[in-house]
Ligand binder design. Structure first.
Ligand code: FES
Length: 271
């Protein structure tokens, strides 16, 4: 949409500029023609066109008039024997302003630049993380009570696909060393947010209710209910996001990925 608007603006600007340039050229041509038409008449004392002609020089006369002026030196109006003096056609202005070609080239470059800038801006906007509620920002997932009820009743972590995460339980009594303090608001939250991306090669890891494990379908890595490493080629437990509770709402900051626990760290495993 942005690209379209900028392109339309550029084309409109080009059309307006072209129209202005055309009118200006016609006006200038008409003014020059008017000066040329008056050049054959005697110069009035306060005629602006006449003053301009006087400034640029009296046009050459043809016929006997010129000769008479040179010979007689009377200084009066020149009248030749061959009739009224002929005025040369006004010359087209070539200096002092842009030519049509240079003007159109400049305008075309301006329109092209505006269009490219719009396209680049739209592309960046598309690629940039959506910081207004999408993945890459802090997400308001749901009520704390709703999530806890789901986990207890389904015997499964709470899925939240929009945030690419699972919400699982956390009990600070099982974590006296505060291994997960960074992702549980200093150990005060009863929940943890696990990044659903397998730390082996990045497959999405589903939860299997039967064995109560996360089991990666790609190469068979297994993780506990808390996303801790159990077996397979994965180098560690699942990564996670910082989570906090505010006014009963679960807020997860998906802009920060916290590296999962190392192999051998198993604080909790659902039977
Ligand atoms: S991607 Fe999960 S085990 Fe390889």
């Amino acid at each position: 949409m942005t690209t379209l608007l900028l392109t339309l603006a550029g084309v409109t600007a080009l059309l307006l500029a072209t129209g202005y340039w055309t009118i200006r050229r016609r006006y200038t041509a008409a003014a020059v023609a008017g000066i040329g038409a008056r050049a054959g008449a005697p110069l009035p004392a306060c005629d602006l066109g006449g003053q301009l002609m006087a400034a640029v020089g009296t046009p050459p006369k043809t016929g006997g008039g010129a000769t008479g002026s040179a010979a007689g030196g009377s200084g009066g109006p020149v009248t030749g024997g061959g009739g009224p003096a002929k005025t040369p056609a006004p010359k087209r202005k070539t200096g002092g302003g842009p030519t049509r070609r240079s003007f159109l080239r400049t305008a075309w470059l301006a329109v092209t630049g505006i269009s490219l800038a719009g396209f680049g801006g739209a592309s960046l906007g598309f690629l940039w993380p959506n910081l207004a509620g999408g993945f890459g920002s802090e997400l308001d997932v749901d009520d704390e009570s709703t999530i806890l009820d789901y986990i207890r009743s389904e015997r499964s972590p709470f899925p939240y696909p929009a945030g690419r995460m699972w919400i699982t339980t956390y009990d600070p009594a099982l974590d006296p060393e505060g291994v997960y303090a960074e992702v549980t608001d200093g150990g005060t939250a009863p929940l943890m947010a696990l990044y659903q991306r397998c730390v082996h090669l990045g497959c999405r890891v589903p939860f299997n209710v039967g064995p109560q494990r996360f089991q990666c379908p790609c190469h068979g890595s297994n993780y506990t209910f808390w996303g801790e490493y159990l077996l397979g080629p994965a180098p560690r437990g699942l990564d996670r996001f910082p989570l906090r509770i505010q006014d009963g709402r679960v807020l997860v900051n998906t802009a920060q990925v916290v590296t999962g626990p190392s192999r051998g760290t198993v604080l909790y495993e659902e039977a």
